[in-house]
Design a protein around this ligand. Structure first.
Ligand code: COA
Length: 173
């Protein structure tokens, strides 16, 4: 992401003015950043990564977007473990949840969302070096976002292909 600066959320960020719009679930994502993110990060429940736009003239618009990463343990069907070449006798395996993610409205529609996902994958791979962990997991809020993740081309697949009501996606790191 050459134009962008990626930093951990801190108390100096202008979080109150961040808005990723009105689409399904977007307001909850704003509310999370406004009210919960700093506390969750201080409690080590999630790492919140902010994408700053250093070229903006308005300091209140410095946050172009954000995403969260946190550790997760996922129940995986044996056939899916095998399909991902995970030859282990465990019902659950560990990895990272790409949790909330949003782009400020003015940055949407240019593919930057895909760059955020790529960055989350890159970070999870780095963490994997230090701690192990095999998957990155996302829970798309609706079918359109599910299709968006699948179309990004990173190789996300359904965590439970037999249950199409469940939208959870996984990617083997
Ligand atoms: C998801 C997001 C980061 C993608 O950013 P982007 O790469 O710039 O891509 P776009 O904004 O063009 O969105 C991609 C597609 O998803 C759709 N989309 C985005 N957010 C959506 C939402 N909350 N619900 C349904 N569809 C949504 C867009 O309409 C677009 O569909 P289209 O290609 O048919 O027009 C950004 O749209 C966003 O911040 N959305 C609001 C917050 C959100 O829903 N976050 C949840 C991520 S799991």
């Amino acid at each position: 992401m050459p134009r962008w600066t990626l930093v951990r959320l801190n108390a100096a960020h202008p979080i109150a003015s961040f808005s990723c719009g009105n689409r399904d679930g977007a307001r909850e994502i704003d509310a999370y950043l406004h009210h919960s993110a700093l506390l969750e990060q201080s409690q080590r429940l999630a790492a919140i990564w902010i994408i700053e736009d250093p070229l903006t003239d308005n300091p209140a618009e410095r946050i172009a977007g954000f995403f969260t990463l946190s550790p997760v343990s996922v129940r995986i069907a044996p056939q899916l473990l095998a399909a991902n070449k995970l030859d282990v006798p465990y019902a659950q395996v560990g990895g990272w949840l790409l949790g909330r993610m949003g782009l400020a409205e003015r940055y949407q529609g240019d593919g930057l969302g895909g760059a955020l996902v790529a960055e989350a994958i890159r970070q999870a791979r780095q963490l994997q070096e230090a701690t192990a962990g095999v998957l990155i997991v996302v829970d798309p809020k609706n079918d359109r976002l599910l299709a968006w993740y699948e179309a990004l081309g990173f190789g996300f697949t359904r965590a439970d292909p037999t249950n199409l009501k469940q939208r959870r996606l996984i990617l083997k790191l």
